[in-house]
Design a protein around this ligand. Structure first.
Ligand SMILES: O=C1O[C@H](COP(=O)(O)O)[C@@H](O)[C@H](O)[C@H]1O
Length: 254
């Protein structure tokens, strides 16, 4: 890991705008380095509205060579308000020029185990590898219990070391059936960005970033071996932190 950066913003709006610039800059980097695509893994929850507002606001974004995956997904029809793909489709994908065949989504008609295998197969094909797919960038959220993707505290999936994607049928946060990237896949990425906002996240953010009693929470197990790790947080979420953080001035590039 090339060092963790914890960056605190005065507001969600400023955080969102910097996040969009960071995504755009890593896309440019991936594509100008001779790559044929920029692979981006999306999470659900609060990230959906932030990205859906801030990415189109960049104005001149060319997403025609982006490849979109999902860090986790809830096993519900795309028309269900809990479907992460469904939300992005309605709020973001219609506003940017991302070709539909470059969006790797689950097949929600399948039973959960088959759905995970099918999604793992899609990643494998898109990345032309039977090994772990290496995403250029993954965007992650963190729940107030410290979960990230659909990797929950004390769950056996935290020990998964072989599969790239796994099913979960007993998610403590509804809906219970989901499909998730595993820790080896998350930690193989070139750049991982957590986004955490709001005062309800302050205690868990402190525990994840500064340590606490008991086993490490899922979000604390994210440490990309070769990649960058960013934590973009707002002031309320950062309220309990005592470790060193960055507070960039307006418009500063990350
Ligand atoms: O259930 C989920 O929750 C996490 C965290 O969401 P947030 O709203 O607290 O940011 C999210 O990252 C994940 O994709 C989702 O399935």
């Amino acid at each position: 890991m090339s060092g963790r950066r914890v960056v605190v913003f005065p507001s969600v709006a400023e955080l969102g705008s910097s996040l969009a610039q960071l995504v755009s800059s890593r896309a440019e980097k991936a594509l100008s380095a001779g790559g044929s695509s920029f692979s981006l893994g999306l999470s659900g929850g609060s990230l959906v509205s932030i990205l859906s507002k801030e990415l189109p606001a960049l104005g001149n974004l060319d997403c025609s060579r982006w490849l979109i995956g999902f860090c986790d997904e809830r096993l519900v029809p795309f028309s269900d308000p809990e479907s992460t793909y469904g939300l992005y489709k309605n709020q973001l994908f219609e506003k940017i020029n991302i070709p539909e065949d470059r969006i790797l989504a689950i097949d929600p008609s399948l039973p959960v185990q088959e759905c995970a295998d099918d999604y793992a197969g899609k990643l494998s094909k898109a990345f032309s590898t039977e090994q772990i797919p290496v995403f250029d960038m993954l965007l992650l959220g963190m729940g107030p219990d410290g979960h990230t993707c659909s990797l929950f505290p004390d769950h056996p999936l935290l020990q998964e070391s072989q599969k790239t994607v796994a099913p979960i049928s007993d998610s403590p946060k509804p809906p219970p059936q989901r499909v998730t990237m595993t820790l080896p896949t998350v930690n193989a990425a070139r750049c991982v960005v957590f986004v955490s906002t709001g005062g309800s996240k302050a205690p868990v953010l402190k525990q994840v970033l500064e340590g606490g009693e008991g086993p490490a929470l899922p979000a604390a197990l994210v440490a990309p071996g070769q990649g960058e790790l960013f934590w973009l947080v707002d002031e309320p979420a950062a309220a309990s932190l005592t470790s060193q953080v960055e507070r960039p001035g307006p418009g500063a590039k990350l």
